[in-house]
Design a protein around this ligand. Structure first.
Ligand code: 0L1
Ligand code: MG
Length: 260
């Protein structure tokens, strides 16, 4: 069997995203692809997007809920990157014509005020280094057929990152109990899922701490100015044209968009 070529695999996944086309998962042809290989493909994908002039808004954490970790049979979340072209204004629209088979999940995003370098960063340190928290909706859109993949596949595919909508009200994290923040996720005015901040590794700040510690293995860090998606508080709901999506976060406000 041919060895996995990181660069051409990254190009393959980038093309699938740009052409809004679902593709066969990488491990169908390369069953031995490791987690390490997958992060190398992701690095290639990041390089391609940067060459095309796109800028990273911040890293994101994925698979942070017990439900998703159990489903994928993993003990550690994964990370990817959110780029500027993925941002949709609050109250704006997302077109199904631009995406493959999108889903939406409600998350809390952290706006970092200071760099955070692992390997032993804690949630408490993260809160001290955070400038603001903001409610967010992440639209995930796996490039793989039927949204089916193994762990290395989804890492290589930038953790299914596709679009993000940030709320417009930013709050200081002091005096907020983010683990206790209740969230409802509604489609067309009907609550379809709900959750609480603690669904994200016990506290969303723990997700940023884990991210800093995972990045440290690659000699990277969380940077001041990064806007970090910490992981789904709710499950991921399938989107359809005509949907209006609203997430309400107790004490943090709300965020929404329409699907055309
Ligand atoms: O943001 C996420 O948690 C997505 C991680 C990748 C798994 C998925 O696409 O559901
Ligand atoms: Mg997510």
């Amino acid at each position: 069997m041919r060895a996995l070529d990181f660069k051409s695999t990254a190009e393959f996944l980038h093309r699938a995203e740009m052409e809004k086309r679902e593709v066969v998962r990488i491990t169908a042809d390369y069953p031995d692809m490791t987690i390490e290989d997958a992060y190398q493909v992701l690095a290639g994908l990041v390089a391609i997007k940067r060459q095309r002039g796109h800028r990273i808004i911040g890293p994101k954490m994925g698979l942070t809920s017990q439900a998703k970790m159990k489903q994928m049979n993993v003990e550690e979340p994964i990370y990817g990157y959110i780029f500027d072209y993925m941002a949709v204004p609050e109250g704006g629209t997302v077109s199904m014509r631009e995406l493959i088979h999108p889903k939406v999940e409600a998350e809390i995003a952290f706006v970092m005020g200071k760099d955070m370098e692992g390997p032993a960063v804690t949630g408490t340190q993260v809160l001290a280094a955070t400038e603001y928290v903001v409610p967010a909706l992440e639209i995930i859109d796996s490039r793989y057929e039927n949204f089916k993949f193994t762990l290395p596949d989804v890492i290589a595919d930038n953790a299914s990152s596709s679009r993000v909508v940030f709320g417009t009200v930013l709050q200081r994290p002091d005096n907020l109990e983010l683990d206790l923040v209740g969230v409802t996720l509604s489609i067309n005015g009907e609550i379809k899922d709900l959750g609480v901040g603690a669904a994200v590794l016990g506290h969303p700040a723990n997700s940023v701490a884990m991210l800093a510690n995972m990045l440290a293995r690659k000699g990277e860090k969380v940077k001041a100015g990064d806007i970090i998606l910490t992981g789904g508080i709710t499950g991921a709901l399938i989107l359809n044209a005509g949907d209006t999506i609203t997430a309400k976060f107790d004490g943090l406000g709300q965020v929404g968009f329409r699907v055309t």
